[in-house]
Design a protein around this ligand. Structure first.
Ligand SMILES: N[C@@H](CCC[C@H](N)C(=O)O)C(=O)O
Length: 293
């Protein structure tokens, strides 16, 4: 292998994450490498979180987020918890600051091993999400989606957590909807010029919501942290819940708090699976012997 970089295969509530350590290098994870890693059952991922040196000396590490289709994302809540756990294990630190294309964010590892990430301030303007045309009230917008017959799948709440989200509120169990069928149609709907992450959400109690998400650039995943945040703020905006909720994704519960200072704090676990090294140009990889199954 020409110039190997360390990586850890991890997950955040079943959201498959590769944390790639690109510090001290000038190169980036090439699309070909992402394709190779995504195609291998052992390293199949939803997102790669590439840790780079800070872009300005003396500031925070820059985190690049790559979806399994090779596209770039602005936010990944579950991936950030994995990055924090990996760096906490390396450094013994508990508090972290990172830079992403969406801005600076902070995170903390707690004594019980759970991790809180300050996911920043949600935005609701139609240009922020972005939407193709003006909608004055983004708590509910109307979409023309011919092939989808269920009326509840025509009028989502929309929000930006740095990345675009559409939340469809349903009264029935979220598992009764064919998200694998309508997810791609809605992700690529012309109203979303940068595509969107698509969630269906059922309010279970004033402080509890159950969701499933079809992720932009990754398809059905077991967890999407930024979607859980988008759902929580949309629920509070539409008076379905208060500002502190448990959002249960297929992989388990996330605690979300939309603070009075407008920041959204997401808390949940991260899990290390194995480590290895990979070639960022090709994706060829080897497992570390000490983490071999
Ligand atoms: N799984 C993520 C979201 C990853 C990015 C998303 N697919 C996008 O393209 O916006 C999370 O935990 O937030």
């Amino acid at each position: 292998m020409a110039s190997a970089a360390p990586f850890a295969k991890m997950n955040g509530l079943g959201n498959d994450i590769i944390v790639a350590d690109m510090r001290g290098r000038a190169d980036r994870v090439a699309p070909a490498a992402a394709v190779t890693l995504a195609a291998d059952p052992a390293t199949k991922f939803d997102q790669i979180m590439a840790i780079h040196d800070s872009r300005t000396p003396g500031t925070a590490n820059f985190i690049e987020i790559i979806n399994s289709d090779g596209s770039m994302a602005q936010a990944c809540g579950n991936g950030m918890r994995c990055v924090v756990q990996a760096l906490a294990a390396e450094t013994g630190q508990q508090l972290f600051t990172f830079e992403t294309v969406a801005g600076i964010l902070t995170a903390r590892e707690h004594e019980d091993g759970t991790i809180s990430v300050d996911m920043g301030v949600p935005r609701f303007g139609w240009q922020d999400i972005p939407l193709e045309e003006e909608f004055r009230d983004t708590r509910m917008i109307e979409l023309q989606v011919g092939p989808i017959d269920a009326p509840v799948l025509h009028s989502p709440s929309v929000a930006s957590m740095g990345n675009p989200h559409a939340v469809f509120w349903v009264d029935n169990d979220v598992w009764t909807y064919e998200l694998d069928r309508f997810g791609p149609l809605l992700e690529n709907h012309p109203v979303f010029p940068e595509r969107a992450n698509i969630s269906i959400a059922q309010v279970a109690a004033p402080d509890a919501i159950t969701i499933r998400t079809w992720e932009r650039g990754a398809g059905l995943t077991r967890a999407c942290g930024s979607a859980a945040c988008a759902v929580a703020v949309s629920a509070a905006r539409t008076r379905r819940t208060g500002r502190v909720v448990t959002v249960t994704v297929p992989g388990g519960p996330l605690h979300i708090e939309w603070r009075d200072d407008d920041h959204v704090i997401m808390t949940g676990p991260a899990e290390w699976e194995f480590s290895g090294t990979f070639d960022p140009a090709t994706g060829a990889w080897v497992r570390d012997t000490e983490s071999a199954a």
